[in-house]
Every structure is written in C-alpha cells, then in structure tokens.
Design a protein around this ligand. Structure first.
Ligand SMILES: [Zn+2]
Length: 477
C-alpha cells in the first residue's frame, strides 16, 4: 500500500506541475510558480549587480531598457517585471534570469553594429524567459543544488567569506539544451519582426559571435558562446527560416545604435586592476600587491584570486566589512569552526593592519592559513592565503609573503592609466582596414578593428557612415 500511494502522489504531482507554456504552446514540467520564478530572479538580480557592476551611463541603460521593454510587451508574458541592464563586463555575453531579468555586457555592445542586432540578442534572451527555460531547469535540478560548482576552489566552510558562491550566480551558468536554444532563437525572431526590425540582422549577430569565438580560442570563453550551440548552425537555421518567408521588416537603426555606444569603455578596464609580471595594480583603489608569478590569477569585481599551479593553495584579496582592520579581524577570527593562532596588530606596506594564522576544518581536510586586514584610504582589505595543513610548510613562506605584499600605489604611470574607448570615425568611401588603421592609430590590432566592424580580417570597411575604432594608450609597463 505505501508503494501505491507513492505512485499516485507522483502522478498527481506530474499533473499539477505540467503547464502549457504561453510562448511555445507546449506542455512543460514546472514545479515553480510564476511568483517563485520572479522572486528567484529578483534575488539573483541583486547579486549580479554586486558581482559585475553596471555600466555607469544612465542614457545607455535607459536606451537598452526601452528597447527590451518594447519587445517584452509584445511577448506572451507582458506582465513580468521585465528588467534590462548593461553589466560592466568586457566579455561578449548576454543572459536571462527567470522572471524577466535580462543582462547584456558592454563587451557585447561594443561588438554589435546596429539596434536590430542588439534587439535580436534581447529577443533571444526574452525567449528563454517566456519559454521558461531557466525556470523549468531549476525545477528539474532542484533549487538546493544551485550554486554548486562555483567557487569550489574555496572550501565550503570558507566560501561565504570569499563572496564567490551564491545561488543566484549559479543561475547564470545553467546550460540550456540545444532545443531550448533553438526555441529562444525562434521566439527572438518572432519578437524582433513584431517591432519591424530586419530579421537578417539576427543572422549578422552570429557572424560576430563566430568571429569572437574563433579569436577566443583556448582563452577566456564568453559564457554566451560556451553555453550555446555553434553560431554557424544557428545562423543557417535562421537564414532558412527567413528565406521560407513570412518574416520581414526593414528597421536596422545602425547610426542611432552606434551613436549610443560611442565612447564606451572597450576591453578590460585597467582602472579596476591589472596584472603586470606578477604585480597587481589597482589605480582606482590606489594599491598594489605582488602575487606568485606562476600562479593562476583572476581579477573579479568582488575578489582577486590566485591559485597555485598544483591547485592546492589559494591567495584571495577582497574588501572586508567593518570600520577598522581590528574589527574586521576580530569578526573573521571569531568565526565558528575557525581556530585562530596569535592575532596581532602590525604594519603592512606602512599601513595599519591586523593579522594572524588560523586552522579550519573543512570536511575531511584541515586547512591552514594566514589572514591579514589592512586599512587603506577608508577601506579595509582582507588578504587571505590558505592550503591544507599537510601542505602548510610547503606554502607558508609564499602565502606569508603574498598577504604582506600589499602597499599603497605611488607610481604615477599606474595611477594615471586609462581604459581604451570605442570611438566613431565618419568614413566617406570604402577603406581597407589596413588603411583605416594607418589613418587612425589604435592600441588594439587591425584584427580587432575588423572584428568590431563586422568585416573579415584584411577586409574593407563600407565607408557609407560611421566606422568603429578604439582609442587609448597601451599599458605603461
Ligand atoms: Zn540562449
């Protein structure tokens, strides 16, 4: 009998959980209500703002929000709290959270060439939301498992101090299946055409993505590409759909779009920190720090990390809560499960600091580490180095030296560094990329200029309006 009631409960659940999707017309397993979906998205939205930061350009934000809102209003779920934001990230990326929270990176914007191209990306992401792809996947995966696999370099006991693992960010890394991507492409096209845009511009986007993907090679793979089917396949599908008729529009709005992105920061922004030969310079916060030169480093907005080549030791720099180094240190060393050694006042790089060693138990492993807290220009920085206790003697000197290398930045060359910016140049007459680069010197290569203008390497710019270039100086070291 218990068996049978379990079975009938299962059947009941299945019926309740399956709903017909308004955008796709298909039955869909859905354990999450719309209210839950929106609540989940809203919570993650706050975390994304903190993790990436938003581009500080109200006009650009308003422009993207307006385009997105117009598209979403014509979708099958117009009542969601649709939100569109430009995140301050150099990677070429776009993503959607359940509930209608959609993001494009400034890296994507600098690579696109028209409003219609941007609208096609927004439409695709809206499609993921209207088809409830993320919400359905969360239902399948169970909410509890979200966030696993992110920030795992930090031990579970310590990760809440690293600020790296949050369930909300986990949502961004959900991989949609091939079918979901096709569905989002089709829905995106539907929304784009409803607003009178030229559907062929959606195909153009794939040429850009394909070129970005080819350049990225083994390097930093944009998530959008890593989690999507090959752009060539998608371009072919869309071309076929457009050729089969019924989809047309003529709005492209190239000049309007380009005027909006003129002056946008291009590539990584060195004011938010850059590495040169194992030294990390942070011009905006006016400090520097030396990292072991063969460690793998990563500069994220909330943390700078370095991992040993054997991946068995970590150095992490973050901002610490608390008004003083002493207060931040006290809070850190008083954590449950953490066994502090002698914690004392010291000076690091001439700055007031507090620090000491600790041990912590993480599952089967005992961790050993050093943590120091440094006051600098109104902020408290936390520098944390740790490994397993078994490896402590091997890393002690490196970790101690690392956390104590923090110092105020005094080198004018680092303090004055400026980001590269996208600039428009009015072209009259077709011009080869090589000739264009000769006329308008740029710190990036001719290949990058070709890429952002949507022409092949060694190709020719059309010369019937603005072309993109990148201005700025090379790094001063
Ligand atoms: Zn997608």
């Amino acid at each position: 009998m218990p068996m049978r009631s379990a079975v009938s409960l299962g059947l009941l659940l299945l019926c309740v959980a399956c709903a017909t999707n308004p955008a796709t017309g298909q039955r869909q397993l859905m354990l999450m209500s719309e209210a839950q979906e929106v609540a989940l998205g809203r919570e993650a939205d706050g975390e994304i703002g903190g993790a990436y930061g938003l581009v500080a350009d109200p006009e650009l934000q308003a422009y993207v929000a307006r385009l997105g809102a117009t598209l979403a209003a014509s979708s099958e779920r117009p009542g969601l709290p649709w939100t569109f934001r430009v995140v301050d990230d150099a990677a070429v990326n776009a993503f959607a959270l359940p509930g209608g929270f959609i993001y494009v990176t400034r890296g994507l914007l600098t690579h696109l060439d028209s409003e219609a191209e941007l609208v096609s990306v927004l439409g695709h992401e809206i499609g993921h939301v209207t088809a409830r792809h993320s919400a359905a996947m969360v239902s399948r995966q169970q909410l509890a498992t979200l966030g696993l696999g992110i920030g795992m370099v930090l031990s579970p006991d310590l990760q809440r101090f690293g600020g790296a693992a949050q369930a909300g960010l986990g949502l961004l890394f959900l991989k949609h299946g091939r079918d979901a991507e096709r569905e989002a492409d089709d829905l995106g096209l539907r929304y784009l055409v409803r607003q009178g845009y030229d559907p062929r511009e959606a195909v153009e986007v794939f040429a850009v993505l394909e070129a970005v993907s080819r350049r990225a090679g083994g390097g930093r793979m944009p998530n959008w590409l890593a989690t999507h089917p090959p752009p060539e396949d998608r371009a072919q599908r869309l071309s076929a759909a457009i050729a089969s008729g019924g989809l047309s529009g003529d709005r492209v709005a190239r000049r309007e779009y380009l005027a909006r992105i003129d002056g946008l920061v291009f590539g990584e922004n060195p004011r938010e920190g850059f590495f040169v030969d194992g030294v990390f310079h942070h011009p905006d916060m006016r400090f520097r720090m030396a990292w072991p030169s063969d460690w793998k480093t990563d500069n994220q907005r909330q943390a700078v990390t370095a991992v040993s080549p054997a991946q068995d030791a970590v150095l992490v720099l973050t901002l610490a809560p608390g008004a003083s180094a002493e207060q931040a240190a006290r809070e850190f060393f008083a954590q449950q499960g953490l066994r502090p050694g002698a914690v004392r006042r010291e000076r690091i790089g001439g700055l007031a600091a507090f620090g000491g060693r600790f041990e912590a138990t993480s599952g089967q492993t005992i961790l050993a580490g050093v943590a120091v807290f440094v006051e600098h220009e109104g902020r408290v920085f936390r520098l944390l180095g740790y490994t397993s206790r078994a490896r402590w003697t091997a890393y002690e000197a490196i970790l101690e030296r690392g956390v104590r290398s923090f110092a105020p930045e005094t080198d004018r060359r680092a303090l004055d560094v400026q980001p590269h910016r996208l600039r428009l140049v009015d072209l009259r007459g077709a011009t080869s990329v090589a000739e264009f680069v000769r006329r308008h010197p740029t710190p990036v290569g001719a290949d990058v200029i070709a890429l952002i203008n949507g022409v092949p390497e060694g190709g020719t710019l059309r010369g019937d309006g603005p072309a993109k270039t990148v201005t700025g100086a090379r790094l001063p070291y």
